[in-house]
Design a protein around this ligand. Sequence first.
Ligand SMILES: [Zn+2]
Length: 349
Amino acid sequence: MKEQLEEIRRRSLAELADDASEAAIEAVRIRTLGRAGELTEIMRGMRDVPQAERPMLGQLVNQIKREIEARIEELKSRNQQLALDRSLSEAALDVTLPGAKVPRGRIHPVTQILERMLAILVAMGFEVENTQDIEDDFHNFGALNFPPNHPAREMQDTFFVPGAMLLRTHTSNGQIRVMERRRPPLAVVCPGKCYRRDDLSVRASPMFTQIEGFMVDRRGRITMAHLKGLLAEFARAFFGPDTKVRFRASFFPFTEPSAELDIHCLLCAGAGCPVCKQSGWTEVLGCGMIHPNVLRAVKLDPDEYGGFAFGMGVERTGLMALGIDDMRLFFENDLRFLAQFSAISGGTR
Ligand SMILES: [Zn+2]
């Protein structure tokens, strides 16, 4: 019996060599210490051993058990340490590698242009008021002196929405909304989106941004000369101090007299290009003295009050300022295009 035990000890410890695999270690454990293992069997057979030898053999069995257990424990913890070292060395972090770049968001160029325009106008003393995109006929057309069958209503090709409403075709509804709520003196700009049934093209978009501006006070205090001076100053502040401007007589139902402000086409420097329709000039905005009927619509007496109004397209003006020749680029949202406008600064491109 003793020799048998010594043999189990010798063989097991020999198998539990330094390079023993996990499977080999487990095999030794099951063969010797398992429920049907060799040492377990010997303990069970102890009753057949003469009384006098039992304590010595029992001690020996326990000693061998502890030795094998200790050796298995030693090998296992060493293997764990080796595995840990290996995984640490494989996953080593190279702190000299450049970090993964998180792309930085930018303000859309149209918003940047709008904000610059508003900053200039606010510096001139205008307040900013936002009004609604979904409008009724009265505030988009009627109060702005468009008669029911006025050709401009067809010309503008309106998007109508259920409930006798429409998507505003210009930000001029802002004039009406603000003057209904507030009395002069007023110097207000209303920025916002406008909608017309145009196809997206080099020069047009079914949705675009405008700024409506108006100034109203006691009759006679605000003249066409103020309007002209203000807009010429705006053009120089926005496009650059050397910008050439011209005013052309025009027609709008809601102003009388009416004018359009052109600037020298910045894309072709006046030589003629598709954006300026080969004229060398680009229309920047429409303006004029507020029509008496518009004042009447908001219950202001045109004999007592008067003022001017102007409206400009933000994208169209942005084309000029940024030297871009295609309006569609603003709406396609190609990141390669947008990424060029991290910050639009200064008065010129
Ligand atoms: Zn041009």
